[in-house]
Each structure stands twice: as C-alpha cells, then as structure tokens.
Design a protein around this ligand. Structure first.
Ligand code: BYC
Ligand code: FE
Ligand code: FE
Length: 471
C-alpha cells in the first residue's frame, strides 16, 4: 500500500500525512495487523457487510459515522482527545510541572511496559471472542459483537501508535509482538490471565464485556491521568468507545435476566422455556468478576506506588476527587495476612493504589447488579457480587480459599463446592446446547434473551444489521 493511500485510509488526528517516519512505520505494521485479523479475528461473516460505527474524527459528528462495512476493510483510525491547554502533571513527585510531550528517559521502560500491558489486552479479547458468530442470538447482537471487535482492534492501533511514535526501535518490536502473542497459547500467551480464558458462549461474552471491559474503563481512567500527555489523550478517546462495550455487556445480561424473570413470573421453569436459570448466571458472574478483580494487580504493590510517584498512572478523576495529590501521608485500610490470619491494616497510600482503583471498580459493578436486580423484582431471586476474596489468583488472597461470602475455607471444601460457585461442565454443556445455532432472521431472538428496547442508531430492531451470505 502506498504512502498516500495509507494516510487516506487511516482516519486520524495525529498528522499522519505530514509525519513521514510514522507513516513508514505504520506501513510496515499494517499488513501484519491485517494478517493477524484474518487469522485471529472473527472466524465467520468475515467478508459480509456489517452495520458499523467508524470514528472518522474526534468531534461528535465524525465520531458516530454508521455504514455497512466488511470488517477487513474497516478504517481503523488513530485518535487522541483534544489537548488541554497548559496541562500539568496532576499527581506524584512531579505534581504541578508541565506534562511531558515526549517520553522522559527515566520513565521509558515503565511507560513502555504499561502501554504494552494495556495494548496486549485489546487483540487478546478479539481472539477470545472469535468463534461467537456461530452462535449469535440475533443479528442485532452479532453486529454489537463485531462493533466491539473492530473497536478493540482500534485500541490496539492506539497503543501501536504510541509505541511506534515514542519508543523507537524497541517500540516497533513491541508493536510486532502484540500481533504475535495468542490468547490461551501456552507457548506465547497474552500477558494478563483473564485474557487467556476462552469466551466460547454468549453468556461469557456478556459477562466479560460487563466486568472485564469495565476493568478496561478503570485502567483507562487511571492512565488518562498520566503525565505522559500522548497516553492521556489516547486513553481519553478510548474511554468514549469503552462505554459502548459496557453497554453491550450490561444490556446483554440485562436482557437474559429479563427473559428469565418473565419465566419465573409466569411460574415456568426457565430451562423448560429454553432460557437460563439464575444459578447459571450467578456462577458465570462469579467467574468473570473474580478474574477481572485480578486484573487490578496486588492489593499492596510497589509497582503501583512507583507508577503513582512517577506521575505515570493516577487515580480516576484525580483533580475533582482528591485534595492530596502526593499521597505520601496517610494509609489505606485493607485486609492483609499477619501470621496466617487476616487483619485490618493501614497500608501506605501509594502502595495501595491498585486497591484504590479496585474499590472504585467494585462500586461501579454493584450499580450494574442493582440495575439487573431491578428487572428481577417480584421473582424472589437476585444476583450478588461475590466477596472480593473469592477465587482470586493475584495478590493477598491468592493461594487461599474463600466461599463467595468471603469466609476462609480449606482447599478441599472449595473443591467440594466448586460446581455450585463456578461454571461446571454441566453448566457449560447446557449453555452450549442453548446456543447451538445462530439466529439470523432479522428481528428474531434466541429463546434465552429478550429483544433490546431499541435498535442501533435509530434503526428498527428488525433491521438487517449484518448482510450475510449463507456460508
Ligand atoms: N495476570 O504489583 P503487581 C482492557 C503481574 S483491560 C497476570 O501485583 P502491578 C480490556 C504484574 O504484571 C485493562 N499477571 O501488579 C478489557 C507483575 O509482574 P512482574 C488492561 C499479573 O504491577 C476487555 C506481578 O504480577 N490495562 O483494556 O501493579 C477487552 C506483580 O505485580 C496480573 C492494564 O492492565 C494478572 N491479572 O500490575 C479489551 C493497564 N496482575 O512485574 C481490553 C496497564 C498483575 O512481577 N497495566 N500481574 O513481572 C497496569 O496498570 C498494571 O500492570 C496492572 C497491575 C494493572 C496489570
Ligand atoms: Fe479496549
Ligand atoms: Fe473494551
């Protein structure tokens, strides 16, 4: 692809047409990206026209451009939120100094690692979700899946842009490696654990987009505070897309809950009506929520203290929410092990930053549950968030065993109850049996999910969201 063509096909507000070096780097990277998409992107409907939203500029009008696109021809763009005049570093040791427009030498490795860790999750999620087209509950949902997929692809472009622009040769190598690791591959796995778990059914997909994309929201909010201004601006734009991913997840689970509630109110066993019972939903929720809690890292973390002190990763809405931007004084109360027992202790605030972020996340998750539970009113059942100690593999609680209420138990007890708390083989088999065939008639929905309240971009619910050819 020629240089002229490249900057025309990549919508951007980073001056790609006048940045020869970046253009050359991206010209080299793009074919690898497309090869990766062909290999690891959605495995069906790959050449069908999908009614997608493409960002063509950062302002409101260019942001929501809808049209039919074949996914490999999607115009993955590079966008930064508008700069804030005279922006200052908002926290940490350099608080109040002008933000960095280039990478400060002393923070180069740390920043690169943060960007690579963030970037790695984006293609990972596309890989995890690649088989879902075969079991979609409707064309509306199929389109939403693909919208999420292309936007995660764009998030990968966003991080590849930062690596190429600011990190020279090793940045280029890292950008290539983002296309080489594979979700779930034991030889070259994705970096964070949750991104190596398969997402082979739509209940998992909706739980993932509710809970794991919400981790994305909080990590992006923390990185949007960064003193490295290009990272901050990139993350601020990504956040606008993240909202849609969480909408897909939360409304997806909400519609499943709706269908189940309908059955319960009518006195029908949900399974007899081809719907999902609440027990299965709770177990899938327990699984994806606990894996997502792990994504925040250790409760007590010197890495987190360093990210904060260096002004690289902050607290969400640092300026509005906090007065003390140095966080050198005071402690943060949390449970820690002392001589084998859990006790409440105040941890120096900077070392507790992962937990500060996790707290905000947990609160946000609870709101999603409250909205789902409203749909269950009058049925006598509800969904609950398990304790944050339950089923953890990172941090304080890793290596210990807890019931969903947070009581410590033995490993044997955990194994005995596992199938009541986490998806069992039987659960997965039932979910698979419900989702054995895709529903592709416009306006039709699978038996286990209610239709949405409205369509996408003011289109009717029975709109042809994907124009597919029988394969
Ligand atoms: N799995 O001090 P610690 C998204 C490692 S999601 C495996 O506890 P720290 C998206 C850690 O790297 C948002 N390893 O934690 C959602 C460290 O390794 P080293 C993704 C883990 O350093 C859906 C060691 O354990 N964004 O965007 O504070 C769809 C101990 O470190 C895990 C980011 O992650 C884990 N779960 O790390 C698509 C933001 N947790 O140093 C997209 C960038 C920790 O011993 N990353 N480790 O080799 C970060 O801010 C931080 O690296 C972490 C926490 C949040 C991951
Ligand atoms: Fe993303
Ligand atoms: Fe996302």
């Amino acid at each position: 692809m020629g240089a002229v063509e490249l900057h025309e096909t990549i919508p951007n507000n980073v001056g790609l047409s006048s940045d020869k070096r970046l253009r050359r780097a991206l010209e080299e990277w793009q074919p690898h990206f497309l090869a990766w998409w062909r290999e690891m992107g959605p495995d069906r409907f790959r050449d069908d026209a999908v009614y997608l939203r493409t960002a063509v500029s950062v302002d409101a009008s260019g942001w929501a451009h809808f049209d039919y696109v074949r996914m490999p021809e999607y115009r993955w763009g590079i966008f930064l939120a508008e700069p804030v005049a005279d922006r200052r570093i908002g926290f940490g040791d350099d608080h109040g100094k002008p933000v960095w427009r280039e990478v400060p030498g002393e923070h180069r490795n740390t920043l690169r690692r943060l960007i690579v860790t963030q970037g790695d999750t984006e293609p990972a999620s596309v890989e995890q979700q690649r088989r879902l087209g075969a079991s979609c509950p409707s064309l509306y949902d199929l389109r939403n899946l693909f919208q999420v997929n292309v936007e995660e692809g764009r998030h990968l472009w966003a991080m590849a842009y930062l690596l190429h622009t600011y990190f020279g040769r090793d940045g280029r190598e890292e950008a290539r490696d983002l296309l080489e690791r594979r979700s779930g591959n034991p030889d070259k796995p994705r970096i964070l654990a949750a991104f190596n778990e398969p997402i082979d059914d739509w209940l998992s997909f909706f739980m993932f987009t509710t809970f794991t994309d919400r981790d994305g929201k909080y990590q992006l909010l923390a990185l949007a505070e960064s003193g490295f201004d290009p990272l901050s601006r990139t993350c601020r734009f990504m956040l606008t897309e993240e909202a849609h991913h969480m909408f897909v997840g939360e409304s997806g689970v909400g519609r499943i809950v709706e269908r189940t509630a309908e059955c319960l109110r009518a006195g029908t066993d949900p399974r007899a009506a081809g719907a999902l019972d609440l027990g299965i939903m709770q177990r899938y929720l327990n699984f994806w929520y606990s894996l997502s809690l792990d994504l925040f890292g250790s409760e007590v973390s010197t890495n987190a203290a360093h990210f904060f002190g260096a002004g690289l990763k902050g607290r969400p809405r640092e300026d509005e929410r906090y007065d003390d931007h140095l966080a050198l004084e005071g402690g943060y109360e949390m449970d820690v092990y002392e001589e084998g027992r859990l006790v409440r202790r105040a941890i120096p605030l900077r070392s507790a930053m992962n937990e500060v972020l996790r707290d905000a996340y947990v609160e946000d998750c609870q709101k999603a549950l409250d909205r789902w539970n409203r749909r269950l009113e009058g049925t006598g059942v509800r969904l609950v968030l398990p304790s944050r100690r339950f089923h953890r593999h990172q941090g304080t609680f890793a290596g210990h065993f807890f019931d969903p209420a947070g009581g410590e138990i033995t490993g044997e007890a955990f194994e005995r109850y596992r199938d009541q708390w986490l998806p069992s083989e039987a659960d997965r088999a039932y979910v698979r049996s419900l989702m054995a065939h895709p529903v592709l008639e416009p306006g039709h929905f699978a038996s286990w999910i209610a239709p949405p309240a409205r369509g996408i971009n003011h289109q009717p619910i029975d709109f042809q969201y994907v124009r597919y050819n029988e394969e």
